[in-house]
Write a protein that binds this ligand. Structure first.
Ligand SMILES: Cc1cc2nc3c(=O)[nH]c(=O)nc-3n(C[C@H](O)[C@H](O)[C@H](O)COP(=O)(O)OP(=O)(O)OC[C@H]3O[C@@H](n4cnc5c(N)ncnc54)[C@H](O)[C@@H]3O)c2cc1C
Length: 382
């Protein structure tokens, strides 16, 4: 077993939430960390609302990120609307929602800018004893003691570690959008305020909740309503048609805001007339650029190959209904940093323990998510 004597170095592949959570936590545990992200410049406009889970707050606390509290909008209950907009059920459920952008900004600000390398597209790794070398598309190579594959559901790190393991389409998509609350009628704002709102339809589900505004503000009038509409779309041709953007290119997983073809947005709004409660219809119609994401399943049988590991969506993509993807990435990162700090004299022991713990957690989330998602969407597996 090889102890780490000098300050050990971690190479983090992927500069989204998973990678930045890992980088901040590992630095707090005494590691020298560099993050390599394929995209150039800052990532932005990704995603929307994120339910603020305890794992995220714990990871922030461990990393010493001074944001107390993390900007979030509180909701006090869950309401279920009928198709005619009647409140069918109201259950107390205090929680807070933040946004992808808010978390990204805090995590990025936690790292020295010179440790964030944009435009660095990882291609492969090789290992020699306890050293790992990462190679990049521009010909550069970097060596370290640990390589963290936080490069998402279509991970290149995973493709080398576990060839052939790919996300599988779950049979439905998430249409998403967000609207500044100031654009909504006062009566609607009053009706929905401080609630997490659902409408369970026949094989479809709508939900909406408040998140901070684009600038992170949580004051009344400056927040955004974030909505999601889960809808079934057939695999193959129908999904490919939906994910073919305005430039004619067919994407595999999602289309960003502004890229969805006009006819698909028009069809969505048309369907909303018959299916969505009036409150949801107002939200959809006020949205400038709805976007769409295919819901996929991914479960890895292994997260560790000696000094190379998979974290966040690169390892497991759970269904989004429990809103725990970001929390899972945070727990991956926090557990890793804590075990490596505890096992500084025997990091390979810490890594093996980490893999056992996080594999168990990942499979648990994935399995319960599939069960829940299939039930919500009226899907049966053969
Ligand atoms: C478009 C989008 C919207 C989302 N919205 C929400 C949301 O609203 N709520 C929520 O809870 N979760 C959301 N998620 C999921 C959530 O962001 C993730 O669960 C969380 O960020 C952890 O994911 P990750 O960092 O592991 O992977 P990702 O967020 O997918 O990030 C992977 C990163 O790796 C980079 N990368 C990929 N390949 C390479 C390579 N070869 N070399 C270098 N870099 C590479 C990518 O550019 C990307 O920045 C969203 C994810 C995406 C992609």
């Amino acid at each position: 077993m090889h102890a780490l004597v000098a300050m050990p170095r971690a190479l983090v592949i992927g500069g989204s939430l998973g990678g930045l959570l890992a980088a901040n936590a590992l630095r707090a545990a005494g590691w020298d960390v560099d993050v390599f992200e394929r995209s150039v410049g800052e990532l932005s406009g990704r995603g929307g609302g994120i339910v603020l889970q305890a794992d995220v707050l714990q990871a922030f606390q461990f990393a010493g990120l001074v944001h107390d509290p993390v900007p979030g909008v509180r909701s006090i209950d869950r309401i279920y609307l009928s198709a005619s907009d009647r409140v069918l059920q109201r259950s107390p459920m205090p929680q807070a929602q933040t946004s992808w952008n808010v978390l990204y900004r805090i995590l990025r600000d936690g790292l020295p800018p010179e440790r964030l390398h944009g435009g660095a597209s990882f291609t492969s790794y090789e290992q020699d004893g306890q050293r790992v070398t990462a190679h990049f598309a521009d010909g550069r190579s970097e060596a370290g003691d640990l390589l963290v594959g936080a490069d998402g559901a279509r991970s290149t790190v995973r493709a080398q570690m576990l060839p052939g393991l790919e996300p599988a389409y779950a049979g439905y998509v998430a249409w998403r959008g967000s609207v500044p609350e100031a654009l909504l009628p006062a009566a609607l704002r009053q009706k929905l305020d401080a609630s997490f709102v659902f409408q369970q339809g026949d094989a479809h589900l709508l939900l909406a909740y408040l998140v901070p505004g684009d600038d992170g503000s949580v004051e009344d009038g400056r927040r955004r309503w974030n909505w999601i509409w889960y809808r079934r779309v057939g695999a193959g041709g129908p999904l490919a048609a939906l994910l073919t953007g305005r430039d004619g290119r067919t994407h595999t997983a999602s289309l960003p805001p502004g890229e969805v073809r006009e006819e698909h947005v028009a069809a969505l709004l048309g369907d909303a007339v018959g299916l969505a409660a009036p409150s949801f219809r107002t939200l959809l119609e006020a949205t400038a650029a709805p976007f769409v994401q295919a819901i996929v399943d991914l479960q890895t049988p292994a997260m560790l190959d000696r000094r190379v590991l998979l974290l966040g969506d690169a390892a497991f993509v759970p269904r989004p209904h429990a809103a725990d993807s970001t929390a899972k990435a945070a727990a991956d990162a926090l557990t890793l940093a804590m075990l490596l700090r505890q096992r500084a004299a025997a990091p390979d022991v810490g890594l093996a323990q980490w893999e056992q713990l996080r594999l168990t957690a990942g499979h648990g989330m994935a399995i319960s998510g599939i069960e829940l998602g299939d039930r919500i969407m009226g899907l049966t597996r053969t």
